[in-house]
Design a protein around this ligand. Structure first.
Ligand SMILES: CC(=O)N[C@H]1[C@@H](OP(=O)(O)OP(=O)(O)OC[C@H]2O[C@@H](n3ccc(=O)[nH]c3=O)[C@H](O)[C@@H]2O)O[C@H](CO)[C@@H](O)[C@@H]1O
Ligand SMILES: C=C(OP(=O)(O)O)C(=O)O
Length: 257
């Protein structure tokens, strides 16, 4: 879209992703004088302009960061409110957490409250299944965080990763924390909380990638004892001050320099 905005003539992008970030980029380019139609659908038509101009623009809230904090509330059985978030951008995550038993309240247009506190939800969280799909389906970038959450829920779940291959590295690390996970190709079967099964317990684990790393931090907050996550530069690629934000919510977390 960026290149086509200043290319000669009309460009048509087919099979385009329909994610909010695409629409947001299009809106920014339009604010800069570009001509773009169809962003947010699978076909985008761009008529090139000779020159663009500057514009002031506020970018869309990060739906994956929001979804990660929603998972953090759930895995620690806490209640948090988060903003700014566009509730429709985290709709699939909201549906899954409601299926698990969480209570989710809209506070105005750009804030949500997520509660997994057992007295408020009347029991413990239940397992749910996930199949990742292109937006507006369940995002691949929240799969790892939900896998961590599901290791603490009552019952077993099936996770199907259908967007991106090789996105199960966190499973092996979660196993080190005591989780029961069987990976079969791009799917995983997670055995959740069961009577007689030991809950997660802390140890040293390694972040192989961005979302898998975030998932290990979430698991570490739910685990007994101390969890050390190595290779956190992966997490820093996609979360600004993740440790500070979690600490401000009450997590016992610190960065080792
Ligand atoms: C619409 C959607 O859900 N996009 C996700 C996708 O975007 P992203 O655009 O990064 O993903 P790609 O389209 O590059 O890749 C998706 C899949 O297609 C395969 N592939 C890609 C190009 C190609 O020429 N041949 C091929 O086989 C890749 O190997 C992968 O399995 O992954 C990102 C990283 O997790 C997520 O942030 C995005 O939300
Ligand atoms: C996979 C992601 O990003 P990257 O391709 O930079 O690892 C992500 O945003 O979850």
């Amino acid at each position: 879209m960026m290149a086509a905005s200043i290319a000669d003539g009309v460009s048509v992008l087919t099979n385009a992703a329909m994610e909010p970030e695409i629409t947001d980029l299009a809106q920014f380019l339009i604010a800069c004088g570009a001509s773009i139609e169809g962003a947010g659908t699978s076909t985008i038509v761009i008529t090139g302009k000779k020159i663009l101009h500057g514009a002031e623009f506020t970018i869309v809230p990060d739906r994956i960061e929001a979804g990660t904090f929603m998972a953090a509330a759930a895995i620690t059985r806490s209640c948090i409110s988060l903003s700014p978030v566009i509730p429709s951008h985290v709709a699939r995550m909201t549906e899954k957490l409601i299926e698990a038993g969480c209570k989710i309240k809209h506070i105005g247009l750009h804030a949500l409250e997520v509660s997994a506190v057992s007295e408020e939800i009347g029991g413990d969280l239940r397992a749910f299944n996930i199949k990742t799909l292109p937006y507006p389906g369940f995002p691949t970038d929240l799969q790892a965080q939900c896998t961590a959450l599901l290791t603490t829920c009552v019952g077993s779940s099936i996770i199907e990763e259908s967007v991106f291959e090789n996105r199960m590295h966190h499973a092996k690390e979660l196993q080190k924390l005591g989780a029961e996970i069987t990976v079969i190709g791009n799917s995983a079967i997670v055995g959740g909380k069961r009577p007689g099964r030991i809950a997660l317990s802390g140890c040293r684990v390694r972040a192989a990638d961005l979302r898998g790393g975030a998932a290990l931090v979430l698991a570490g907050m739910a685990a007994s004892g101390i969890t050390e996550v190595e290779n956190i530069n992966q997490i820093d690629r996609g979360y600004e001050r993740f440790d500070h934000k979690l600490h401000s919510l009450g997590a016992d977390i610190r960065r080792e320099t």
